[in-house]
Design a protein around this ligand. Structure first.
Ligand SMILES: CC(C)(COP(=O)(O)OP(=O)(O)OC[C@H]1O[C@@H](n2cnc3c(N)ncnc32)[C@H](O)[C@@H]1OP(=O)(O)O)[C@@H](O)C(=O)NCCC(=O)NCCS
Length: 200
């Protein structure tokens, strides 16, 4: 388990598959994700889960609130230990939990893990230009705009730009909203006693 301030990140479990399926088949969620928006079957989602178990370059975590509610997933992908880099993906699948700061805390928690435990140097991501909430969330976490892939994808009947964003370890460590003295310790106290906590 990786403790954050308002969330904790735990390993995904086979029993989570029905929840994943509900989220990825929601057209409103699909709109924001990079994948082709075909409806997915349980068998396909199971296959995806099995693939994750054997993929050393990708680590996906369930995002849980303080009360143990599973509200979304977050992951590091294309992890490259030689160059010290990875890409980040996130989805708060439970809509009523959006816009409450959970996404920002989950991203900060995973960045802290990536830089301080995995010793990565850089984390990057791609986001559709129309996804203003996600862009704001990433900016709050210290991601910088690094470029635009113009008319990269087709969504909602038209070509969409994709924004490339990235953050370096030194930029994250200079983040005043995540001061070194508070990192981890208070968070561990806050979440470790909570009921419903599941070890990976
Ligand atoms: C993107 C996502 C991870 C963000 O998580 P979240 O918990 O909703 O975000 P937070 O509450 O931490 O932060 C959202 C910020 O965006 C702002 N925001 C919301 N809608 C906005 C809009 N239309 N334009 C600009 N800013 C907006 C919020 O006000 C908040 O900023 P503030 O704290 O300065 O007020 C989550 O909404 C989500 O999973 N969405 C669907 C899937 C998705 O888009 N995944 C990312 C693909 S790249």
């Amino acid at each position: 388990m990786i403790p954050g301030n308002r969330v904790r990140l735990r390993a995904i479990e086979r029993g989570d598959i029905p929840t994943f399926l509900k989220w990825v088949n929601d057209p409103e969620v699909q709109r924001y994700l990079g994948r082709t928006p075909f409806p997915l079957s349980f068998a396909q989602e199971e296959r995806w889960f099995e693939k994750q178990l054997n993929d050393e370059r990708s680590r996906i975590f369930a995002i849980e609130t303080e009360k143990g509610v599973h509200i979304g997933n977050i992951g590091l992908h294309e992890i490259d230990y030689k160059d010290g880099k990875a890409t980040l993906g996130i989805m708060i699948g439970e809509k009523e939990y959006r816009d409450q700061g959970y996404g920002t805390d989950a991203v900060r928690t995973l960045l802290r893990f990536a830089f301080q435990e995995l010793n990565l140097h850089r984390v990057s991501l791609e986001v559709f230009d129309f996804n203003k909430r996600a862009i704001r969330c990433y900016e709050k976490c210290g991601f910088r705009h690094e470029g635009v892939a113009r008319e990269d994808s087709f969504r909602g009947g038209k070509r969409q730009d994709k924004i490339l964003m990235g953050i370096l370890r030194q930029e994250f460590e200079g983040d005043k909203d995540d001061p070194p003295d508070d990192r981890g310790r208070a968070d561990v106290r806050r979440v470790s006693h909570l009921p419903g906590h599941r070890q990976p």
